[in-house]
Design a protein. Structure first.
Length: 216
């Protein structure tokens, strides 16, 4: 079977942190099993493989998000950081954080389905198109009830709920933005289990250096 492994110039615009390639989900899993990919983060979204570059503001925010969500996730669910989910024939997403049913201490031979996730979080530091458009549609098509984007630049949490539609027409019907100082509700399986403030997830803002006094 011929496979297009070249970047697709006619595809949707690429974010600076990702490079697109075209494969099937079956091929993608076989390449993972064969050790084709180096030690890095890859995912398959609608037939294209993306290498994701993650810098320290992103990594810090992911760690903080995982820590705070784990503290409030009830029994019967667990927090799954930066790990693949099974979606369909054309997609194997790797969300930054997903809350899924089960127990992280019990081995499962296959990753959870995207549709099983009760909350998915993407940290947006350099991938606005993929997070706000591509991934939003993908997770809505799977019926994920709540999708968060933690916006590192905008310093806010965008919360998307009420998925509607199917396939490429899927979208979230409601969107609320929670700026620093306005905690976002954490809703798991239809129940609010706590609230998280964007300022507790994001790296601190660097203050400009203070001017020095001129020497005599």
């Amino acid at each position: 079977m011929a496979t297009d492994v070249q970047p697709d110039a006619k595809a949707a615009p690429a974010d600076p942190g990702r490079r697109p390639y075209r494969f099937t989900a079956e091929q993608f899993w076989k390449m993972i099993e064969a050790g084709v990919f180096p030690e890095s983060h890859f995912e398959l979204v609608r037939g294209r493989i993306y290498l994701t570059t993650k810098h320290e503001p992103h990594n810090f925010t992911v760690r903080r998000t995982v820590k705070l969500l784990r503290a409030m996730t009830p029994a019967g669910f667990y927090v799954r950081p930066e790990a693949s989910l099974r979606h369909d024939r054309w997609s194997v997403p790797e969300p930054d954080v997903a809350v899924v049913p089960g127990d992280e201490d019990i081995f499962q031979p296959e990753p959870p389905l995207t549709s099983e996730a009760v909350l998915i979080v993407e940290v947006c530091a350099s991938t606005p198109w993929s997070d706000y458009r591509q991934k939003a549609g993908l997770y809505a098509s799977a019926g994920v009830p709540t999708y968060w984007i933690v916006d590192v630049v905008g310093r806010k949490i965008d919360v998307f709920t009420k998925p509607r539609g199917a396939g490429r027409e899927a979208a979230y019907a409601e969107h609320h933005a929670f700026a620093e100082g306005a905690p976002a509700p954490v809703v798991l399986d239809g129940r609010e289990v706590g609230r998280v403030d964007a300022k507790d997830l994001l790296p601190p803002i660097e203050e400009p250096p203070k001017p020095t006094s001129p020497t005599a």
